[in-house]
Design a protein around this ligand. Structure first.
Ligand SMILES: C[S@@+](CC[C@H](N)C(=O)[O-])C[C@H]1O[C@@H](n2cnc3c(N)ncnc32)[C@H](O)[C@@H]1O
Length: 309
């Protein structure tokens, strides 16, 4: 395995249009992909292209860059412009990777990367409504062109029972019932339209003062998962990507919460039992202490790697 130089803090921390972005486990991803003598790599969550940048700098491969956020994809294009001709961009959901490969006339890929969720850049674009830290509209759609329902629609139209289910199931939120009840009471006066109003309602509903993380974290996670149908996309995307891997090529997946991690773990295990995959990481890898210090928001990241047999 070729060793990649530790990536400097200065390079990692990029600022675009006044917003910050920091990629997660960049060095590990590029090393574990094991790209010597490989040709086509699918970066299924291109984001701002940081993982792809390090891949393209170190190896003569071609990248299929997929992101369902067209604004993010445009920024990645600018950032990766020095690799013109080696990157093919697709503003698509990764669950449609089969259609993308068909368009490119490819029957196999030699590696795949998934770095799930939303980027720090998207979180700090407060007008997108992903963050409970600053005021913004309750939106949370990653793909604003084709996603029909926003977080506003869910919060203001679902029944108490449906909200309760979402917070319990997708947020693993202890106070799911109380929060759902408070939302339904509060929206009687006027619709809950902004991130800070929702966050305040959650904080009041929880009452407890001993929180390790912000009390609204799990509610926002749950709504984002449902708005973007993240878990369904992940199941489909993973299964399809694995089926296109060439012999000896690897898939690397970074997850940020246990619902995603369980899907990756179970999918890898199922393919391992069928002798399609070999697990390279039996336990997930975590960001180094250095990276956690530089980028505290990566603390929940887990990286799993498997190889096609
Ligand atoms: C954590 S960021 C990736 C950051 C990227 N690896 C980098 O270093 O710049 C995740 C990206 O995946 C995109 N994304 C999330 N779900 C997706 C899906 N189902 N299909 C395609 N892109 C998706 C998001 O828009 C976001 O840009």
């Amino acid at each position: 395995m070729k060793r990649i130089e530790r990536i400097s803090k200065r390079w990692l921390r990029i600022f675009l249009k006044g917003k910050e972005h920091l990629p997660v486990m960049c060095k590990e991803i590029v090393e574990y992909l094991d790209l010597e003598k490989k040709d086509w790599i699918a970066d299924c969550t291109l984001g701002l292209g940081s993982h792809s940048y390090v891949i393209l700098k170190n190896y003569q491969v071609k990248v299929i860059g997929i992101d369902k956020d067209s604004e993010t994809l445009a920024l990645a294009k600018e950032r990766l412009s020095e690799f013109e001709g080696r990157v093919h961009y697709f503003s698509e959901d990764f669950k449609n990777i089969d259609k993308i490969l068909e368009k490119l006339g490819l029957e196999k890929i030699d590696g795949a990367v998934f770095d799930l969720g939303a980027s720090l850049y998207q979180f700090s674009s407060f007008e997108r409504g992903f963050s409970f830290l600053r005021e913004g509209p309750l939106d949370m759609r990653i793909d604003r062109e084709t996603t029909l329902l926003s977080a506003y629609d869910l919060v203001n139209n679902l029944s108490e029972k449906e909200l309760d289910y979402i917070f319990k199931e997708y947020g693993q939120e202890k106070f799911h019932r109380k929060i759902a009840h408070s939302i339904v009471e509060e929206r009687k006066d006027y619709p809950i339209a902004t991130t800070l109003r929702l966050a305040e309602i959650v904080v009041r509903a929880c009452k407890s003062k001993n929180f390790r993380i912000h009390p609204a974290t799990r509610v926002f996670q749950a709504l984002r998962i449902v708005v973007n149908q993240e878990l369904d996309s992940l199941k489909l995307g993973l299964n399809k990507a694995i089926s296109y891997l060439s012999k000896g090529s690897r898939i690397c997946v970074i997850t940020f919460h246990s619902l995603e991690d369980r899907i990756v773990k179970d999918t890898f295990k199922t393919f391992q039992a069928k002798r399609v995959l070999k697990l390279i990481t039996t336990r997930p890898l975590r960001p180094s202490s250095w990276e956690r210090e530089v980028n505290p928001s990566c603390r929940s990241a887990k990286l799993r790697v498997a190889e096609r047999l």
